[in-house]
Structure formats: C-alpha cells, structure tokens
Design a protein around this ligand. Structure first.
Ligand code: NDP
Length: 453
C-alpha cells in the first residue's frame, strides 16, 4: 500500500497490508477490551476525550503536515481540521453523560420504567481521505465515549494519518485496543464485517462504497450508519445580497480543493440576478491562489489522487461536449501534480455529468431558475439529499424554502457545515443515520427498555 504526494506525484511511503493473523489479533483484542471499557464510568471516558483534544491541539502542526503531504489539503485548512477535531473532543467531554443518561418514562403507576443507552461493542469504521482526521474523529469520539471500541479501515492514500490518529489515542491515555487501525484493502472489509465480534459498521465515502458495505452488513444483520456523497444545491433568490453571496459561493465550492461531501455543487440562481452572479462568481473564483499546499497563502491545492483528477476532467469534458459553457477554468493545469483550477460552468444541460453526478473537485455548475417553486424543484431533482443552502434578504422566505428541500441539513444565509452540537447526515443516496450531537452518540447504542415492577 503506497502513499503519494499529490502535489508532486512523488512516492511517500509503503505500508504492508496487515496479515490475517494481525487482523485476528486486532479483533480479539477489541472484543476483550470492550468488556472492560464498557464498564468504566462515563466520566472517565469523558475525561479521556478531553485529553484527546489536548493531544490534538499540541500536535496540530505535525498532524496537519501529514494530511497536506498525503492528500494535498492546503496547510491552513489542515490545521483548522485538527482544531475542529479538538473542539469535537471538548463537546463530547462535556455533554456525553447528559446525552446518554437514562430516560425515565413512568409507563404505569407503581413501576419503574426507563430507557438506558448501552454500547454495542466493536464498531468498524471505513473512512475516506478527504477529511482524513475529521471523518475519523467525528465517528470515534462519540462512539468510544458511549463505551464502544473503534476499528478503522482508512483510505490507502492516508495511512500515515491513520497511524498518527492511532498514536494520538494512545498518547491521550486510552487503554490499548479501544481504538485501532487495520491496514487492509477494501476487498477484505466484508470478511471483517462478517466477524461475530464486529457489532456495527459506519462508512463515509462514495455511494458505490456505501452500497457494498451496507450489503455486507445487511447480510450479517449489523447496524450501519452511512455518510455518502452529495450534490448540494446553493439557491440564490432575487433579493439576495450578491457581495456576501458570491464570497460564500466561492468558499462553499472550493474549500478543501472542492473535495467535500457538503460542498455546494449546483448553484440555482434566480434569473433576474443570474447573469450578474455568473460573471462575479467566475471573477472571484479566478482570484483564488492555486498551488503548493504547504504554502499558507494557497487556497486550492492538488486533487488527492491522479485518478480522481482524471475523473473530474472527464466529467467536465463530457458536460462541455453536451453544451455547457466554461466561464473560467475547465481543464487541468499544465504542471506537475494533480492540479485543477476553480471552474465555473453555465448553460449546463440537464442530463450531463455536471447536472446529474457528484463533481468532487473545484467545479461549480450554475443554473437559472424562474421562481422559488422552480428552485425547490431543481434542488430536489437529484438522487442525493445531503445538504443545501438558501440565500435571501428575507429570512422567513428562506426558511420556508429550507423546509421544502429534501436533505439532512439546510442552512439559510450560511454555508452548509457540520457542528458537534447539531446532527449531521443525509437522506436518499447520501446515506442514513446521524453523526454528531445527541443523535450521533446514540447511534451506536442499544436503547434498552428496563421495566421494574
Ligand atoms: P470510496 O468511497 O471508494 O472510498 C472511501 C472508503 O471506502 C475508502 O476507505 C475505500 O477503501 C472504502 N471502500 C471503497 N469500496 C469499498 C468496498 N467495496 N468495500 C469496503 N470498503 C470500500 O471513494 P474514492 O476515494 O474512490 O472516491 C470516489 C468518489 O467518492 C469521489 O470522487 C467522491 O465523489 C466520493 N467520495 C465522497 C466522500 C464523502 O465525504 N462523502 C469522501 C470520499 C469520496 P479503498 O480506497 O481501499 O477502496
């Protein structure tokens, strides 16, 4: 398993896949560790989450540099990602006991009836490279604080991050085996899912990978949470303040070099401001600095892998062949590394890749809409249902539209983002189940009824 620097395409390190014997050791240790870990007082697990946050903050520079080296995230965004993980640790250090306290029901006089939230056991997480720390911590911190143990199959291009994350838990003082990384290829995941010791599974990644993991989990009757792709609408109404909206649009599409599940991907703009929006959006996108991700002034780094760059290029080419107009960008940069410039497409035909597929890179597709109803219809005309945002001077009008959009998260006059205090997840082909907040920590628990007569 080989990691490669996507800014230069130079090889970084080689990792040996774990042997079946090593995987067996990891699974049996997870199972044994769970018996003890689940019995620890939740205050002890909360306190370890707080220590984890401290370790993240003190090693932020080193972790960020590993991310940047392996998947090309601009360094200041990589530091921000580590800090966000530390904030998440603080949230669950303070709120887990409250989220998991027994829920008194009082079903009948003279009885004691309540729901207790008990951990399930070892949970397998299959994770992607785009937020190599955040995606893992977003699963692991609540799941472990609830008393589960966590196993990680990370994406093969970020195995240095996987090792750093494992060491981070160790440095924070977690007992050995509460969190472990398994260096295995995707085709060995189904066997791990089938193992009796694995009690639940979560995956963040493409819909294709989600289907495969859900099928293996279904066959083995294992609970799953899936956080998959998206094609989030970014709706601009006729009264929206364009200065602010254009800035937000540029950030929402190009952050993390465009490789974000909740990035705005389809810009649905009222026809009265469409022309002005397209022109200003294109100009603003051109102002972004594309280049060396280790440079703090860089806005957009390389795409994480050469094959992902090729796929993005092919999606844009096919969209242009179908009739889309390139306002800016539109082809890979002629330099070493996997660089693709911020791109804005207009006149996008309904059935081309830019309209129907997830474009996982800095490419925005802009569509005119004639009314609020048409904006809602277009927003919902997708197989995905992850996030969306609405921009307007009238917050009530925005909120009314937000309620009509079929998605897990809709923001009015704000870009879509994940926040530990609020549940995060999707519907339709964007997956199911919640992460974060009280909803997320209860996903990997057994809501157990106790009735005492
Ligand atoms: P994948 O979804 O293939 O990878 C995500 C994780 O799932 C990796 O660890 C991968 O392992 C694993 N995986 C893939 N297939 C299987 C399988 N059949 N069984 C078990 N595990 C599996 O994403 P890619 O890296 O190939 O990116 C492709 C596209 O996916 C992107 O262009 C984007 O559209 C979407 N994506 C969405 C993300 C999100 O945040 N929602 C994150 C990443 C990608 P391995 O790499 O070893 O195959």
């Amino acid at each position: 398993m080989q990691t490669t620097n996507p800014a230069t395409n130079e090889p970084l390190a080689t990792y040996e896949p774990h042997s079946p014997e090593t995987v067996e050791k990891i699974l049996s240790r997870a199972d044994e560790t769970f018996r003890d870990w689940r019995e620890r007082p939740i205050e002890e697990r909360e306190s370890l989450a707080a220590s984890l946050g401290e370790v993240l903050r003190s090693n932020a520079g080193e972790y960020a540099a590993t991310m940047t080296r392996e998947m090309g995230k601009p360094i200041d965004q990589a530091v921000a990602e580590v800090e966000k993980c530390a904030d998440l640790c603080n949230y669950y250090a303070e709120r887990s006991a409250e989220h998991l306290q027994d829920e008194r029901i009082g079903a009948e006089p003279g009885t004691k009836t309540y729901v207790s939230y008990e951990p399930l056991g070892p949970v397998l997480s299959v994770m992607p490279w785009n937020y190599p720390f955040w995606q893992v911590f977003r699963f692991a911190v609540p799941a472990l604080t609830a008393g589960n143990v966590g196993l990680l199959k990370h994406a093969p291009n970020v195995l240095g991050c996987a090792n750093a994350i494992e060491a981070c838990f160790e440095e924070a003082g977690y007992p050995a085996g509460v969190f472990a990384s398994m260096q295995i290829e995707a085709d060995r995941v189904a066997d791990v899912i089938a193992d009796d010791r694995i009690r639940a599974v979560t995956l963040t990644g493409s819909t294709r990978a989600g289907r495969a993991v859900a099928a293996a989990s279904g066959e083995n009757l294992k609970k799953t949470v899936l956080e998959l792709g998206g094609s989030d609408p970014f709706i601009v109404l006729d009264d929206a303040p364009l200065d602010e909206v254009v800035d937000a649009a540029v950030t929402a599409r190009n952050q993390n070099s465009g490789q974000t599940c909740i990035a705005a991907k389809r810009f649905l703009v009222h026809e009265s401001v469409h022309e002005e929006f397209v022109e200003r959006f294109g100009r603003a996108a051109e102002q972004l600095t594309v280049g060396d991700p280790t440079d703090e002034t860089t806005d957009v780094g390389p795409q994480a892998r050469a094959d992902l760059l090729e796929e993005l290029d092919s999606q844009v080419r096919r969209s242009v062949e179908a009739g889309a107009t390139v306002e800016t960008g539109g082809e890979p940069l002629d330099r070493g590394g996997n660089f693709y410039p911020p791109t804005v497409l207009s006149d996008v035909p309904e059935d081309c890749p830019a309209a129907t597929e997830e474009l996982f890179g800095p490419v925005a597709a802009v569509f005119p809409v004639r009314s609020d109803d048409e904006a809602v219809e277009a927003a919902n005309d997708t197989q995905f249902g992850l996030g969306g945002c609405v921009w307007t001077a009238d917050a009530d009008r925005g909120e009314a539209l937000a309620k009509r959009i079929t998605a897990g998260n809709v923001f009015v006059n704000q870009v879509v983002k994940s926040d530990p205090r609020l549940p995060f997840g999707g519907v339709k082909e964007s997956g199911y189940g919640s992460e974060l907040a009280g909803h997320g920590i209860r996903e990997f628990t057994n809501a157990k009824t106790i009735w005492v007569e």
